[in-house]
Design a protein around this ligand. Structure first.
Ligand code: AMP
Ligand code: MG
Length: 279
């Protein structure tokens, strides 16, 4: 199954989240039967990220957005577990600091964009500025409503300069969220994750749904597509996200850079060193 095709939101289409089944799990019944495929994509992610780092020509920006407990942290963990941390950066965007608020909303984002050869993962992103900001009227509508175009322009500029972008919305339903809140309560090791805002934000579910539908519909572009990932099953979410990222990296047709030395000369030096060592 080609999940890039299946879950990509085509430019100009109108997203209705209620029409997308968050429990979808494709051709696999459970995690055990998906294990082989999960491992295959993990290996591909490993090899392709190594190649991108060596090539040092372009970068990849992965954005994760979702409601609380939908699995942003788990996805970061899964995807990056296959990659060499040397070429990866993760940024979590929280409530803006006073300094961040004193600048325009893209200021903090720009500084976190990946340099050539690197993968950056954004756990939340500038989309919060048309999500939580819209739902809670943190700025007037005339301000946030202009941001969709601004975001498209910003992302296009990054892409034109060698940063590839993929954006994931992790789609769960309200019952699954409640189930995960319960797991957090039942497991003392997860108590630190619980916040009051989990429960206050849950009351705005429909407002968030509308805000997400708008953001995804207006900002899924050919150059920076949104993917809506059914995420009630964590293993399926990991499978789909890792396949899509691996396919993206694969599409770059990357090559290792040519050696900076003359390999024939280096071989002679190596053999001379071996001889010297045996003496
Ligand atoms: P968490 O990801 O659970 O650590 O929570 C981060 C919090 O920061 C969430 O409640 C977000 O809604 C909030 N946040 C992130 N970006 C913004 C923003 N631009 N404006 C206001 N709140 C934000
Ligand atoms: Mg949270």
């Amino acid at each position: 199954m080609n999940y890039s095709k299946k879950f990509r939101v085509e430019e100009g289409s109108k997203v209705k989240l209620d029409e997308i089944d968050p429990s979808y799990k494709g051709e696999h019944e459970d995690k055990a039967s998906a294990q082989g495929e999960l491992e295959k994509h993990a290996q591909r992610l490993h090899d392709l990220q190594y190649l991108m780092y060596a090539e040092n020509k372009r970068s990849l920006l992965i954005m994760l957005q979702a409601l609380d407990a939908a699995g942003k942290d788990g996805t970061v963990n899964h995807v990056l577990a296959s990659m060499n941390p040397q070429g990866c950066r993760v940024y979590g965007f929280k409530t803006p600091t006073p300094e961040e608020l004193a600048h325009d909303y893209l200021w903090r984002i720009y500084q976190a964009t990946p340099r050539k050869g690197y993968v950056a993962v954004f756990n939340r992103s500038h989309y919060e500025d048309v999500l939580v900001v819209r739902v809670h009227n943190l700025v007037p509508e005339e301000v946030w409503s202009k941001r969709y175009d601004e975001i498209n322009t910003f992302e296009k500029q990054l892409v034109d300069n060698g940063t590839h972008i993929v954006k994931f919305y992790l789609h769960i339903d309200a019952a699954e969220q409640l189930d995960r809140f319960k797991q957090r309560i039942d497991d003392p090791n997860r108590h630190w994750k619980i916040s009051e805002s989990d429960y206050t934000e849950r009351r705005y579910w429909d407002d968030y749904k509308r805000a997400y539908e708008d953001a995804i519909s207006k900002c899924s572009t050919k150059h920076a597509p949104w993917y809506i990932i059914p995420s009630n099953h964590k293993w399926f979410r990991n499978l789909a996200v890792s396949q899509i990222i691996a396919d993206k990296l694969d599409s770059f047709n990357m090559k290792f850079p040519p050696p900076t030395v003359n390999i024939a000369d280096i071989k002679k030096k190596y053999h001379a060193a071996v001889k010297e060592e045996k003496k």
